[in-house]
Design a protein around this ligand. Sequence first.
Ligand SMILES: *Cc1c(COP(=O)(O)O)cnc(C)c1O
Length: 366
Amino acid sequence: MTHPFLDLAPLGADRFAAIEDRVARLLSTEQDVVIMQGEALLPLEGAIRAAAGPGTTALNVITGPYGQTFGDWLRDCGATVIDLAVPFHSAVTAGEIRQAFAEHPQIDFVSLVHAEAATGNTNPVAEIGEVVRAHGALFYLDAVASIGAEPVLPDAWGVDLCVIGAQKAMGGPAGVSAVSVSERAWARMAANPKAPRRSYLSLLDWKERWIDGGRRALLHAPAQLEMLALQACVERIETVGPEAVMARHASAAAATRAGAVALGGGLEPYVYEARDAAPVATTLRAPSGLVASELVGRALTADPGVPLAAGGGTLAKEMIRVNHYGAEATPGAVRASLAALGAALSEAGLSVDVEGALRAAEEAWR
Ligand SMILES: *Cc1c(COP(=O)(O)O)cnc(C)c1O
């Protein structure tokens, strides 16, 4: 008996290249797209180590925990790093990026996270891209939490290294990821003696041994199941329509935000302005005096199926995350999350209006 996950025909170079082309279409990009055989941290780290070195001056924008990690990698590569930290309840502006260039004209690399699932904000990449391009810096973007939930357009925005993963709004697997690479970025890597080579982290290996060879021979056996799942999730987005998938995420964010405000009990949107709030996930501030992780624990006891989590690290005290992405970007998941939060707040002795929250969510979804 054949098993659906086992006994599969090998995944050959043709199929692998076709999946890369499909991902390139999803990104509307003419750049090379490399699918890497690991979670998104693999191309995120690989791209920084390939493109940055002791001669690099990097502007590292921190709007959440990933920006902090990128700064550490950049410093580890020997780059001079200028951190631009923005409060997690807001987004960075193109004006702040312009100001950083004015103060440090030597900046030749900019790292930015598009949307942060961990903090619930999203940054205006199109406007920022114009500023970065005007100064000729290389533009590195983490679009893991935005792809599928909002437009991601590396070519139109002048992004040189755009990293995506399928496990968030694409509703796909976590074990493979992709990066689009501009000609400028390839040239920067080729000129970097410290860029990883003959390494699992190496993008240049894929350039030299896969792309330049006409994509005829894979470097090693691919993660077959993950590749098939990636193809399936891109196909599903194509079938449903990327606009419909993005609209579902935008509605889930609007409904969660409106519902949380109407719920009361002292719950507040963590990201002050709705325009800075990411479609992929909504973060909420726990009422003062309550610990977010305990509240989430109570909510999950009330309904174990809801996509709720506490913030990571020190944010666990104050931040509640509603991860309404992928299969959870539905009115049902939003309703259940609000009801479970309502139950938890009420148990903590606060007065809440669950009916009002559900009505507000329904209104905002349309
Ligand atoms: C989710 C996410 C990643 C990938 O990290 P995981 O925690 O392994 O899913 C990378 N960058 C951003 C901005 C993300 O939101």
